[in-house]
Design a protein around this ligand. Structure first.
Ligand SMILES: Nc1nc2c(ncn2[C@@H]2O[C@H](COP(=O)(O)OP(=O)(O)O)[C@@H](O)[C@H]2O)c(=O)[nH]1
Ligand SMILES: [Mg+2]
Length: 450
C-alpha cells in the first residue's frame, strides 16, 4: 500500500519537474525548482509552546527515549527525525547536512545563516512509524524572546517548515493555554500564509494536570477564546484532548474527570500515520495552485505583449501614414506652385521622398522607442491592469504573481516573444488539466491508508 502511494507521489513530482519547473524558472516565477519542497517523504511538523509535551509525544510515537524532555525549555533545536534503514545506533547529523544535501527539501533555510544551522539537526532512527513519514520536533515557542535572542528568524523558519509539512500539530498545555506570544504570532500571521487550515491539528495536551473538571473547563474555554483571537475564525476548530499515559507522569492522583474523556492520543497517532495521504492532497493542491498561478502569470504577460504589439503597429502605421501624406502633399505643392518646373519633376519627387523618409525615420528612431518606453513605465506602474481580478481566488493568485511578473518585465525590458509565451501558456494549461484529472482520479481510487 505504502508502495503505491510512493509511486504515485514520485509520478506527480516528475510531472512538476518536467512540465512546470522549466517554465517557472525561465520566467523567474520561482528561483528554485518547484519540486524542491515536495520531493521528499511526507513531513509532520510538531509545534507548540515550550514544555507542552512535544518531545514526550514524539518519544511515545517512536517507542524510545530519543528526544530530551523536561519542564524548562530544554531543547532549542529543530530536529528532523527520519527513518534509518540499517538497524543500530541512532545516527545524528548536524544542520549543514540537511541544508546542503539535495535529497532533503530544506535548501531554502540556508539563508537563515549559521546560527540557525547550529540549531538544526537530523536524527535517523529505526521506528515503524517513520517508514512513511518524517517528524520535525521544534524548540518550544516562548514569551520572552526577541528575534535577536534566537539569532535567526524563528517565524520565518516555522513558515518554511510549515510550507513543506503535510500535517502540523500545535500543542498547548493547561498552564499556558494559548497565551504564548510566539504562538500567537505564528497562528495569526505565519501559518495562514504558509499552509492551509485543514493541515493543522490543535492539541490540548497534559490535561491530566487539571485538578478537576471545573479547572479543565476553564482551561478549555481559555484555549478556545485564545484560538479564535489568533485565527480570527468564528468557529472553534476540533481540539484533541490528550495526555501522556507514562507511568512516571501519573503518580499523582488521577483526576476523576479524565474517566469521562477518551484520551485522543490514538487519534493523533492515526493522523500521523495518515500523513502520506495528506501528502497526496498537498501535492495535488500544490501542483494545481502553482499551475494556476503560472497560467495567470503568462496570461498577464501575454496581455502586456499584445498591448505592446498593438501599440507598435499603431505607431508605425501612423508614422508611415503621416510620412506618406506629407510627402504627397509636398510633392503636390512643389509641383503646383511652379517653383519646380517640368524639368524639376524628379527634383520634387526626391525632395518629397526625403521629407517622407525623414518623418518615418523620426518616428522609428525618436517617437517609437519613447512611446514604447512610456507604455512600459506606465504598465509597471499599474500592473493589475494587465489582468482581471473579479474573483477572490484570482486576487490571491495575483498576489503571488505580481512581484515576479514585474521583475520579468523589468529584466526583459518588455521584449520577449509573444509567440513563445503563448505556447508556454498552452503547455501549462494542458499539463494542469491532465495533472488535475490524473492526480485527483488516482487519489480517490486509493483505499484508505491503514
Ligand atoms: N503530567 C503530564 N506531564 C507531561 C505530559 N507530557 C509531557 N509531560 C512532562 O512535561 C514536561 C515537558 O515535556 P516535553 O516533552 O519536554 O515538552 P516540550 O518542551 O514541548 O518538548 C516533561 O517534564 C514531561 O515529562 C502529560 O501528558 N502529562
Ligand atoms: Mg522538546
Amino acid at each position: 500500500m505504502a508502495h503505491s502511494l510512493d509511486s504515485l507521489r514520485s509520478d506527480l513530482v516528475d510531472i512538476v519537474r518536467t512540465r512546470l519547473t522549466p517554465i517557472a524558472l525561465k520566467y523567474g516565477y520561482s528561483r528554485v525548482p518547484l519540486e524542491d519542497k515536495i520531493k521528499w517523504k511526507p513531513v509532520v511538523l510538531i509545534l507548540g509552546n515550550y514544555s507542552s509535551g512535544k518531545s514526550t509525544l514524539i518519544n511515545e510515537l517512536l517507542g524510545m527515549d530519543l528526544q530530551k524532555t523536561g519542564q524548562a525549555p530544554t531543547d532549542d533545536s529543530f530536529t528532523v527525525i527520519t527513518h534509518q534503514e540499517a538497524s543500530g545506533a541512532v545516527e545524528e547529523r548536524d544542520g549543514m547536512v540537511l541544508l546542503n544535501d539535495p535529497q532533503y527539501p530544506f535548501a531554502h533555510l540556508k539563508k537563515q545563516g549559521q546560527r540557525f544551522a547550529s540549531h538544526f539537526r537530523l536524527k535517523k532512527v529505526r521506528a515503524p512509524i517513520l517508514e512513511n513519514v518524517a517528524i520535525i520536533d521544534t524548540p518550544g515557542m516562548l514569551d520572552s524572546v526577541a528575534e535577536k535572542d534566537r539569532g535567526y528568524d524563528y517565524q520565518e523558519v516555522v513558515a518554511e517548515l510549515a510550507s513543506i509539512a503535510d500535517l502540523i500539530l500545535i500543542l498547548f498545555d493547561p498552564h499556558k493555554a494559548g497565551t504564548v506570544r510566539e504562538t500567537y504570532e505564528s497562528l495569526r500571521l505565519t501559518l495562514p500564509k504558509a499552509t492551509s487550515e485543514d493541515r493543522i491539528l490543535f492539541v490540548l495536551n497534559r490535561i491530566d494536570e487539571c485538578t478537576n473538571l471545573h479547572d479543565f473547563l476553564r482551561v478549555y474555554g481559555t484555549l478556545c477564546w485564545n484560538l479564535s483571537q489568533m485565527t480570527g475564525r468564528k468557529d472553534i476548530p476540533p481540539i484533541y484532548l490528550t495526555h501522556s499515559e507514562h507511568r512516571d507522569l501519573n503518580q499523582r492522583d488521577r483526576p476523576a474527570f479524565l474517566d469521562q474523556l477518551r484520551n485522543q492520543r490514538e487519534d493523533i497517532q492515526q493522523a500521523i500515520r495518515n500523513a502520506p495521504r495528506y501528502r497526496l492532497d498537498h501535492l495535488s493542491t500544490y501542483i494545481e495552485s502553482h499551475s494556476e498561478r503560472l497560467g495567470h502569470f503568462l496570461e498577464a504577460l501575454q496581455e502586456y505583449g499584445r498591448m505592446r504589439r498593438n501599440l507598435s503597429l499603431k505607431v508605425i502605421m501612423i508614422g508611415a501614414a503621416v510620412a506618406l501624406l506629407t510627402g504627397t502633399v509636398m510633392y503636390g505643392i512643389l509641383w503646383q506652385s511652379g517653383i519646380i518646373t517640368d524639368s524639376g519633376a524628379d527634383m520634387a519627387l526626391i525632395l518629397a521622398s526625403v521629407v517622407g523618409a525623414s518623418i518615418m525615420g523620426l518616428t522609428l528612431l525618436w517617437f517609437y522607442p519613447r512611446i514604447l518606453n512610456r507604455f512600459h513605465e506606465s504598465s509597471l506602474a499599474s500592473l493589475p491592469l494587465l489582468t482581471r481580478l473579479e474573483q477572490q481566488n484570482r486576487q490571491e493568485s495575483w498576489d503571488q504573481v505580481e512581484a515576479p511578473l514585474r521583475q520579468y518585465l523589468i529584466d526583459s525590458k518588455g521584449r520577449f516573444s509573444l509567440y513563445t509565451v503563448r505556447s508556454d501558456a498552452r503547455q501549462i494549461k494542458r499539463a494542469s488539466e491532465q495533472i488535475a484529472k490524473e492526480a485527483r482520479g488516482r487519489i480517490t481510487q486509493q483505499p484508505v491508508y491503514e
